[in-house]
Design a protein around this ligand. Sequence first.
Ligand code: SIN
Length: 317
Amino acid sequence: MSAAVVAEPHPHSIEVVPLSAHIGAEIRGVDLARPLSPQQIAAIRAALLKWRVMFFREQFLSHEQHIAFSAQFGELTPGHPVFGHVDGYPQVYSIAKYRKATRFAGQSLLRPWTGWHTDVTAAVNPPYASILRGVTIPPYGGDTQWTNLVIAYEKLSAPLRAFVDGLRGVHRFAAPAGTSGTDVFDKAVEQHTLIAEHPLVRVHPETGERALYVSPSFLKEIVGVSPRESQVLLELLWEHVTRPEFTVRFKWEAGSVAFWDNRSTAHLAPSDIFDLEFDRQLYRTTLVGDVPVGPDGRASIALQGSPVGAAAAVALN
Ligand code: SIN
């Protein structure tokens, strides 16, 4: 019997497996714990621009490896500009089940777009990408969903596209009116209020595509229209961007990593985990972003708070 010749996979080749029509691909054939080759970095960057969110399986990274992987794609921000970072790791943010102690449960107005957001859009330069790794994952429940804001823009009617092209909105990360600022969450938010005015349509700095930049949880009002006009128009746009055909839903496992383009997506953290007794723990890094620009060339402006810069570097061994 002749020995079978098994071809070794090319060390630089990665496989991109699309998961839905408009967004999301699983990336196979790469070990994120090791330094990537220039070819692998280029392939992952290309997949990020095309598929908006990429998923990797069975990548059991330490915090150090998570940071080192992320740093190959840009400068890391502090873990979170308001809620801080994991002890000893200024660039890592803990996404634990009870991080906000479900303080809004039962109080908020639950609409289909409740909880959808793009990371830190209350900053004048929201992170360009986020890299989230799963460590403790429930056996069921706890999926995350992402939506493609470029296809959402393209699927608006032409008159509505022309209308929203000229609009701007205020994104706010502030303690809700009437809260006392006495608990840890309110205190952190009070001390780090972030407010920015962004275009409602953002031109992607790498591809030139237009994205409907309407982060539902942070975008509070449209500039220059009446409060009622703002509310009705935003609800129309939020309903539109969260249409299921623009989305992908990811089932986490321990060792899964999601890496998304924060300039052209919004995502929804799960709330079903609060109906289950299982724990859930993920860790996130984010990469320093640029200041968004609208189709008219006007850049976003900070109304309160500073741009999110790079986290202080720490030695990684
Ligand atoms: C996030 O909003 O970055 C976290 C998403 C999740 O908890 O699934």
